[in-house]
Design a protein around this ligand. Structure first.
Ligand code: 13P
Length: 246
């Protein structure tokens, strides 16, 4: 269960979040918990969660170790401050920062080089779904961003299916729609990397996940976890999501 804070929370707000959140999930042993604060709050998050069952991730990275790339942050730096995960190609990055499938491949490899687990986002827009093009769009994202990886590289990737029309809109995909789409993605993994890889791949759902809809979503066979935006900003609501408690 991962939280993506997007451009929210300063270091002091981050410390306050973990003071409240950690005790609420201290007894959780059956799922991996990760939070992805903005870059400037990563160190505060890592320090606050040391020795706990909570891992920290970043929301983006720039491929390469270091260099003349003004304003960018590398996987090497994220790993050095204690990150374990990094989100790659969130739809907001695809939309506002023109990230392409070629970037996905480079960023995934850069993450793996520095021992970060990439959480790679895919998802269709409303017009894609309404025009019956969901599988074409997702298939293209898979073929361009994930299929070029080696089986060894792919085995370390987490996929997040985030339908763009469900992000921040309160309009969650129904469990049936999410399940059918996850199943399609798993079939793409199977066709490219084999049945064993397909069974082992973790596919998270993201898009208006809340305490009151998480349980149904998670009861679906092919939904392995959630990538949560807005509801991960509040310690009580994210703890409830982690524990599937409405
Ligand atoms: P919301 O949970 O706010 O819809 O955001 C989902 C998301 O984009 C997580 O990466």
């Amino acid at each position: 269960m991962a939280g993506n804070w997007k451009m929210y929370k300063t270091p002091s707000e981050t410390r306050a979040f973990f003071d409240a959140f950690e005790p609420l999930v201290a007894d959780v042993t059956d799922c991996d918990i990760a939070l992805c604060p903005p870059y400037l709050s990563l160190e505060a998050a890592v320090a606050a969660t040391e020795g706990s069952n909570i891992a920290i991730g970043a929301q983006n990275l720039y491929p390469g170790k270091e260099g003349a790339f003004t304003g960018e942050i590398s996987g090497h730096m994220l790993s050095a401050v204690g990150c374990k995960y990094v989100i790659v190609a969130h739809s907001e990055r695809r939309e506002y920062f023109n990230e392409s499938e070629a970037d996905v491949v480079k960023k995934v490899r850069a993450a793996l080089e520095y021992s970060l687990t990439p959480i790679v986002c895919v998802g269709e827009k409303l017009q894609d779904r309404e025009s019956g093009n969901t599988e074409t769009v997702l298939g293209g994202q898979f073929d361009g961003g994930l299929a070029p990886l080696t089986p060894e590289e792919f085995s370390k990737v987490v996929i997040a299916y985030e339908p763009v029309w469900a992000i921040g809109t309160g309009r969650t995909a129904t469990p049936e729609i999410a399940q059918a789409t996850h199943k399609f993605l798993r079939s793409k993994v199977e066709a490219k990397f084999g049945a064993e890889a397909a069974a082992a791949t973790r596919i998270l759902y993201g898009g208006s996940v809340k305490p009151d809809n998480v349980k149904k979503l998670m009861s679906e066979d092919d939904i392995d976890g959630a990538l949560v935006g807005g509801a991960s900003l509040d310690p009580k609501s994210f703890a409830a999501i982690v524990k599937f408690q409405a």
